[in-house]
Design a binder for this molecule. Structure first.
Ligand code: CTP
Ligand code: CA
Length: 224
């Protein structure tokens, strides 16, 4: 079938993938969000399912439809994404590619905030939980392979490496977002593992996902 490691190289494996942005409400009509089309994460979910994995895709708001054979859980906020991701465990593989909002508004207004003579409102923000660090933390539910993404505008390799150790995950896919990534079909990435860093050629997000899924399948093959 042209798939490295055989077409069903991930049969019997369970995977959870996060993708897209999160949306953190300010009031009923406004919110904070991140720039993310979800394309890369959806392509990873599709590539894992093509190889026979049982895939749960936890997705923030995107314009994409669920890939064939993938169970999609649609969420909005980081807290919802965290709950849905944990509910998808145990799993063998976690690929957390979502652009999670780092902060949410402390107190969401119950009604629409109106303009007025008092001037603009001041929003008090609090930090969202780190979903990746939580999934990668040692424990009975920790997936055997936990993969994060790092979107950086400078010092890609150093920042990706720092995230690998800070979050306790196994691999980081470093993403250079200094030009054309958001919403585009192409991606230039770096794969950082304990063994070192590999620069991958700029290729389509689908090709990045296929290559990553092949690496994941190889990992489980050699671990057996
Ligand atoms: N991530 C997560 N939960 C968060 C923040 C990030 O699961 N609350 C995950 C992302 O899905 C991604 C990885 O962590 O896989 C790195 O996200 P990134 O935003 O690059 O890292 P941060 O730790 O938030 O650092 P910063 O934004 O300050 O660079
Ligand atoms: Ca962040």
């Amino acid at each position: 079938q042209g798939l490295l490691g055989g077409p069903r190289s991930l049969a019997g494996r369970k995977a959870v993938v996060t993708a897209g942005p999160t949306f953190e409400p300010i009031d009923p009509v406004r919110g904070l969000t991140n720039r993310s089309s979800g394309k890369q994460g959806y392509a990873v979910a599709a590539a894992l399912a093509q190889r026979g994995a049982e895939v749960t895709l936890v997705s923030g708001p995107t314009a994409l439809s669920a890939p064939p054979g993938v169970t999609r859980m649609e969420v909005e906020s980081a807290l919802e994404m965290k709950a849905a991701t944990q509910a998808a465990l145990p799993a063998d593989i976690a690929v957390l590619s979502a652009a999670v909002a780092d902060w949410r508004v402390d107190t969401v207004a119950g009604g629409k905030i109106k303009k007025g003579p008092g001037g603009p409102p001041t929003l008090a923000l609090i930090e969202n939980p780190d979903i990746l660090a939580g999934v990668a933390a040692p424990g009975p539910n920790r997936p055997a392979l936990v993969i994060g993404f790092a979107a950086e505008t400078t010092d890609l390799e150093a920042n990706a490496r720092a995230k690998l150790s800070r979050k306790g995950c196994d691999w980081i896919v470093g993403n250079d977002v200094s030009d054309e990534v958001f919403g585009s079909d192409g991606n230039a990435v770096l794969l950082v593992t304990a063994q070192g860093a590999e620069v991958w050629p700029r290729q389509s997000k689908t090709a990045v996902a296929q290559a990553l899924a092949d690496r994941i399948a190889d990992h489980f093959k050699s671990a057996q």
